[in-house]
Write a new protein. Structure first.
Length: 107
């Protein structure tokens, strides 16, 4: 795999933009998301459109063991990412700067 990016949250919003941009540059990818079905469809489309190598890992990053599972999967398969685009997450909770004070977010 060449110029490989591991992209979390790959099939929605900004993740899709990151995938398209990296694909246009000829970079291979490891796509991570919760839905195996959505990942498979995205991987098929990206392979056909950009002729790059794409692997998928269906994993829910809200789970405590998820990062280790992703690491183990990459290691077991010999996938070595050059770039991490850590895009997984969700929004819609309001403006962080306005809604939270430093006292609320400090340990």
């Amino acid at each position: 795999m060449k110029n490989t990016a591991l992209i979390t949250g790959s099939y929605g919003g900004l993740g899709t933009c990151f995938v398209q941009t990296h694909g246009k540059q000829g970079g291979d990818m490891i796509l991570v998301g919760r839905s195996e079905k959505k990942l498979a469809a995205q991987a098929e489309e990206v392979r056909a459109k950009y002729r790059v190598e794409v692997h998928t890992i269906a994993e829910d990053l809200s789970q405590p063991e998820a990062a280790q599972t992703i690491y183990d999967t990459c290691r077991e398969n010999g996938w070595l990412p050059d770039i991490l685009i850590n895009n997984a997450g969700f929004g819609g909770q309001g403006d962080f700067a306005r809604e939270r004070t430093m006292e609320q977010i400090s340990p």
